[in-house]
Design a protein around this ligand. Structure first.
Ligand code: 13P
Ligand code: ZN
Ligand code: NA
Length: 276
C-alpha cells in the first residue's frame, strides 16, 4: 500500500503510524526489529544531516534493504527538508515521501515553496508533508507561540494540495523541561476543517495519554527521534565504560536492543489509541 493510502486508512481507524528517524545500521535495525516483532508498519525518516552522514544513495539502499530483511511494511521519508533542491534529490533517489519545512517562512512563502515541492512530487507519485506553525526545534524556546490556526491550515492545504500537515499544538523537538500539555481542542478543530493527514512532531517525551488523545483527535503520523538517540547512546556509554572490547560488533547489540524495546512500547501506543 502507498504511504498516502496507509495514512488515510489509519486516520479513519484513529490509529497512529509511527515515524522513526535512523542514523546508521544499528539504529535502523533497532527500529525495524520492533516493527517486525509486532507486525506493524513503520515510516523510516532521514534528516538532511543523516543523509550527509551516510550518503544519500547508501542511506536509501540501507533503508530499503532493511525493510526487506525484516519483512516490514514501511516507507522512506525526508524529515524537515529545508529546500526544494534537497526534496528533489530525495525524489530522484526514490523516497516515498518528502517533507518541505517552510514553517519559519512567512505564510505566503511557505505556501509557495510547498506548492513547488507538491508539483515536483506529483511526477514521482510521492507523498508530501509540510509544516504550518511553530514546533520548537532543538534549542529553541518552548514558549507557547505560533500554534497552528484552523482557518490557516484549511487555506494552506487548499492552496498547496499538500498531503500531510505538521501542526503546532504544544509539542517541541527534544525532551521537555516540564510535562507538555497538548491543545487537543485546537487539534480537533484543525482536523475538522482540513482533509490533510495530521502529523505530530516532537514525539519524544510526550506522555502516553497525551499521545493517545492526540491520535484519537486527528493526529496520524507521530515522529520520534530524540528518545531513540538517547537510549542508544546511554546504553552504549554504559557498555563501554571500563570495557576494552575491540570487536565493535559485540558492543552495539545491547544498545540496538534497547531501541527495539523503546519502539515496541511506542508502537503499542499507536495501536491502542482507538480504544480511548
Ligand atoms: P523528537 O526528537 O522530540 O522525538 O521529535 C522528532 C521529530 O519531530 C522529527 O521530525
Ligand atoms: Zn520534527
Ligand atoms: Na519532543
Amino acid at each position: 500500500m502507498k504511504i498516502k493510502e496507509k495514512l488515510q486508512l489509519f486516520t479513519k481507524q484513529k490509529r497512529g503510524l509511527l515515524a522513526t528517524n535512523f542514523y546508521n545500521l544499528e539504529t535502523l535495525h533497532g527500529v525495524l526489529k520492533a516493527a517486525q516483532e509486532l507486525n506493524e508498519p513503520l515510516i523510516l525518516q532521514l534528516t538532511q544531516s543523516s543523509i550527509e552522514y551516510m550518503g544519500l544513495d547508501t542511506a536509501v539502499k540501507l533503508g530499503r534493504a532493511g525493510l526487506r530483511q525484516f519483512g516490514v511494511e514501511g516507507w522512506l521519508h525526508l524529515d524537515h527538508g529545508g529546500s526544494v533542491d534537497l526534496a528533489q534529490r530525495c525524489l530522484d533517489a526514490g523516497f516515498d515521501s518528502v517533507m518541505i519545512d517552510g514553517s519559519e517562512l512567512p505564510f505566503e512563502e511557505n505556501i509557495k515553496i510547498t506548492r513547488e515541492v507538491v508539483k515536483r512530487a506529483e511526477q514521482y507519485g510521492a507523498h508530501v508533508e509540510a509544516e504550518l506553525g511553530y514546533v520548537a526545534k532543538l534549542g529553541q524556546s518552548h514558549a507557547r507561540q505560533g500554534f497552528t490556526q484552523p482557518a490557516e491550515a484549511k487555506q494552506f492545504v487548499e492552496a498547496t494540495g499538500v498531503d500531510a500537515l505538521a501542526v503546532a499544538i504544544g509539542t517541541a523537538h527534544g525532551f521537555y523541561k516540564k510535562r507538555p500539555e497538548l491543545d487537543i481542542e485546537l487539534l480537533a478543530n484543525i482536523a475538522k476543517v482540513t482533509p490533510a493527514t495530521l502529523v505530530l512532531h516532537g514525539g519524544s517525551g510526550v506522555p502516553e495519554d497525551q499521545l493517545q488523545k492526540a491520535i484519537s483527535n486527528g493526529i496520524c503520523k507521530v515522529n520520534l527521534a530524540t528518545e531513540i538517540k538517547n537510549i542508544f547512546m546511554q546504553t552504549l556509554q554504559m557498555e563501554l565504560a571500563g570495557n576494552a572490547e575491540i570487536d565493535l560488533r559485540k558492543v552495539f547489540p545491547k544498545a540496538t536492543g534497547q531501541i527495539t524495546e523503546l519502539v515496541k512500547g511506542k508502537l503499542k501506543i499507536m495501536k491502542n489509541s482507538s480504544d480511548v
